[in-house]
Design a protein around this ligand. Structure first.
Ligand code: CTP
Length: 396
């Protein structure tokens, strides 16, 4: 997400301090960020901080004379691509649910017709009050997106629901709502990501270096394009993406079970997981103790999930696999296209700098029956968007 005009409305809650990092990261990604604050918000975070981070004047006063007319609330509302209110207190939610526009933030909000995201953050009892719940439901009924509060320790000392999600989660939700090209609307997309772990005994397992990033970006790109997305994910350190059904798995057998059970209902299946090809013949019940000499573990083949999907592929279903190679990239990856009856194989080589495990960039070539389409060095986010556009959008 870049080159978007993002309006960030801040109301007066302790979670306001977390918004600084959101504003900073939206700006760093290349967006035009305008902050609007209520008077109460200024008690928790200073306009100067937000002005410095956003690079734009912070908008606070409805009747100030020295404001640039260009940032007059109507002008700003008209050019916004997305309007987020975070934290949204019970008070501001009550106002926007009822069209009250008594300050710069609420007036601009009322004038905006872009996608809107509300991030409620307050004390549990205030949040659970039926009045607040009704107001939230009312906002949702007007088409505003609501980001569910997190649970945990609250600044007031209570523990429960009402915490504002971290800035990275809010950013993910913004990316979901801002997207206008919903070319996957009505489609179900199933994605696998991350490594599998094959247990040897209660303390050890065999795995690989997959971070899950590429699969997560594909799942998010499909979600942003309007799809209903299920993500079957091996162990990783990534945050669950907003609006995606994440199914955690451990082993190749778990992954096979979860993916194959969902094949018939899926329109597009993307196998980005690094699935173990072998698993120990048996898992020891107790920790294996060392002894002198060499040690070997009898291994057996796992199910090749992509090949199994390819055998049962139904008319119109799109199957996308990956091929991570260290040599003869195109030759090896092309063989997988035919052997597994996939529609596309996304080939990448860990020998290339900027590609492969762990890093935020990738260099892939999309292989199909028609030929090769190299994408070059891109962020994994952009790689995911381009893969979907190439493999899915052009099918329509
Ligand atoms: N794959 C799978 N099930 C497996 C192994 C791999 O579904 N048991 C999928 C991967 O998710 C990927 C594709 O098959 O989409 C290719 O995986 P890769 O590990 O590159 O190739 P393999 O088929 O395992 O072949 P090899 O390891 O011999 O290169």
């Amino acid at each position: 997400m870049k080159d978007k005009c993002v309006l960030v409305g801040i109301s007066g809650g302790i979670a306001a301090f977390k918004i600084c990092s959101l504003v900073s990261s939206l700006k760093k990604k290349g967006n035009d960020v305008h902050v609007l604050m209520t008077k109460e918000a200024e008690q928790f975070v200073t306009p100067l901080t937000l002005q410095t981070l956003s690079g734009n004047r912070v908008i606070r006063d409805l009747f100030s004379l020295d404001e640039n007319p260009e940032v007059h609330h109507i002008a700003l509302a008209r050019k916004a691509d997305v309007f987020v209110i975070a934290p949204a207190t019970g008070n501001i939610i009550a106002k926007i649910a009822n069209g009250i526009a008594d300050d710069m933030l609420t007036s601009t909000f009322l004038a905006a017709d872009c996608p809107k995201l509300i991030v409620p953050a307050m004390n549990t009892y205030m949040l659970e009050n039926p009045v607040t719940q009704d107001n939230i439901a009312k906002c949702a009924s007007y088409g505003m997106h609501i980001l569910d509060s997190a649970s945990g320790y609250l600044a007031c000392g209570d523990t429960g629901k009402g915490r504002m999600p971290e800035a990275s989660v809010i950013q993910d939700a913004i990316e979901m709502v801002v997207s206008k090209d919903r070319y996957l609307s009505g489609k179900r997309v199933l994605v696998s990501a991350g490594p599998t772990r094959e247990a040897l005994d209660p303390v050890r397992y065999v795995t690989n270096h997959s971070s899950g990033k590429m699969g997560y970006e594909l799942a998010k790109a499909a979600r942003n394009a309007g799809a209903e997305v299920t993500l079957v994910a091996g162990a990783n350190n990534l945050e669950d993406p907003v609006g995606i059904d994440v199914i955690p798995i451990v082993s190749a057998a778990d992954l096979a079970e979860e993916i194959l059970a969902r094949q018939s209902e899926s329109d597009i299946i993307i196998m980005a997981a690094a699935v173990a090809d072998y698993t120990p013949v048996s898992r020891a019940d107790q920790k294996i103790k060392k002894s002198e000499g060499e040690f070997s573990i009898p291994m057996k083949r796992t199910v090749d999930v992509l090949a199994a999907l390819g055998k049962r592929k139904r008319e119109g279903q799109i199957l996308i696999g990956f091929a991570m190679e260290t040599q003869n990239l195109i030759e090896n990856a092309s063989k997988k296209l035919a052997a597994k009856n996939a529609d596309y194989i996304i080939a990448n080589s860990i020998a290339d700098e900027g590609a492969g495990f762990g890093v935020d960039t990738n260099i892939v070539t999309i292989i199909s029956k028609e030929g090769l389409n190299p994408l070059g060095l891109l962020s994994k986010e952009e790689t995911a968007e381009r893969i979907l556009e190439f493999c899915v959008k052009r099918e329509d």
